[in-house]
Design a protein around this ligand. Structure first.
Ligand code: SF4
Length: 417
């Protein structure tokens, strides 16, 4: 009987993608979704904050108590904590993300190993299917050339490298032939695609749109300066989702400088106004409670955020990561204040999202992803959730919905066959 293996993925979409690659490369194991029955557990870890590191440690402790499967560690945490965990005998082996396609060989090793691989590595794996999902995540680049003060990612994922264009197209063509219509492009710093290959995100997008079966392209997070003139020319294309996630991280000019961000609030404001004119919904990332965020700067940031066209938000309270410039910055902001600010900005964007949905005039193009609590649940072109009641199975279907009810938490509709 083959051994059962469980993949535990922490962190971001890049890790989700890497876990998918490992699963596709694996042979001779049965992949299980139940960690309690696994003989082997591969932890694809995240190290983005000190908290993320301790999550991985406590997960290992939990496994150790539960019957001790063989544990392997990969992902970003392999670089920062792997050696130590191996030394302590808590994991059977450690490997970097560049080694993921060799997973079979690595798991066969009789002794402990530390194969951290290469930070210059460029992925060339092609994932054929994302089981159980109607949309596929496609990694197009790896690494980041930015050096935001609070972020450890460039040190564990390396500088920006683009994946080979023909591999990306091959991967998407394969998935589109398997019935996938929506593609979500991801990467550590997605918008820097092409800086090392004399190409660009816009050029790649155009090529992807030519692939037969590609219906909608959604982008992970991009940076304001990556919305170039070339990119702006694509904004009216029907295959581009009418929602962009543009990472600001803050809206106080002084905080942006402290965080060593490359965006400038005045320009961000102009860009968001331009995108609003084009009918886009816009999401952003935001960190509250970074060192130096005084009450005065926070009030300024909130005032600025009120003026911005924002419909979605991915906000976090600042979490210290040793080894980054922010970790030693002063004055620090206490956790309670950071959380209060987080709730404040979340409430603001929730309100803005509701207002945006109420004011919409265009029909919704929806891809139904799953069924939950009696509703078929999907997302429209503005990345808003819709819950549909129907007498037929809608999972995986595209719908055009004109009649729907806008409620604060989501949109609702009925669909009768
Ligand atoms: S853009 Fe900044 S926050 Fe994002 S990965 Fe690069 S350094 Fe980290």
């Amino acid at each position: 009987m083959s051994k059962k293996i469980y993949f535990k993925t922490f962190g971001c979409r890049t890790n989700l993608y890497d876990s998918q690659v490992m699963k596709s490369s694996l042979q001779g194991y049965e992949i299980t979704e139940k960690e309690e029955e696994a003989d082997v557990v591969v932890i694809n870890s995240c190290t983005v904050t000190n908290g993320a590191d301790s999550n991985v440690r406590s997960y290992i402790s939990k496994l150790e108590k539960s019957g001790a499967p063989k544990i392997y560690l990969t992902g970003c945490g392999a670089h920062t904590k792997g050696e130590q965990l191996l030394k302590e005998g808590r994991v059977a082996g450690v490997f970097g993300q560049s080694e993921k396609q060799k997973i079979n060989k690595l798991l066969e090793k009789p002794e402990g190993f530390y194969e951290i691989g290469d930070l210059e590595f460029v992925d060339d794996s092609v994932v054929g299917e994302f089981i159980g999902k109607s949309r596929a995540f496609i990694k197009i680049q790896e690494g980041c050339n930015f050096r935001c003060s609070y972020c450890i990612i460039p040190y564990v994922r390396g500088n920006a490298r683009s994946l080979d264009e023909s591999k990306i197209i091959e991967q998407i063509s394969r998935l589109a032939a398997n019935g996938f219509g929506e593609f979500i492009l991801t990467g550590t710093n997605l918008g820097s695609y092409g800086v090392d290959t004399k190409s660009s995100l816009a050029k790649l997008l155009k090529k992807i749109s030519y692939v037969r079966g590609v219906r909608r392209i959604r982008l992970g997070s991009i940076e304001p300066i990556q919305v170039t003139d070339e990119f702006k020319e694509l904004l009216d294309e029907p295959w581009l989702e009418k929602h962009l996630h543009i990472a600001l991280q803050h809206t106080s000019p002084k905080m942006l400088r402290l965080m060593n961000r490359r965006n400038v609030y005045k320009q961000d404001k102009e860009l968001f106004a331009f995108l609003r004119e084009k009918g886009f919904a816009i999401g952003t990332d935001f960190i509250t409670g970074h060192p130096g965020e005084s009450e005065e700067l926070w009030q300024e940031a909130m005032q600025n955020a009120k003026e911005l066209h924002l419909t979605h938000l991915h906000a976090f309270t600042y979490s210290k990561r040793d080894g980054t410039p922010s970790a030693t910055m002063k004055p620090q902001v206490d956790g309670k204040t950071a959380k209060k600010r987080l709730h404040e900005i979340e409430a603001l964007v929730k309100e803005k999202n509701y207002a945006f949905r109420k004011a919409l005039k265009s029909p919704l193009q929806v891809l139904i992803e799953t069924k939950k609590e009696g509703y078929y649940v999907g997302y429209d072109q503005f990345f808003n959730q819709i819950k549909v009641q129907s007498n037929i199975d809608l999972v995986g279907n595209w719908l055009e919905i004109e009649d729907y009810e806008v409620k604060e938490e989501a949109n609702y509709a009925n669909f009768e066959a």
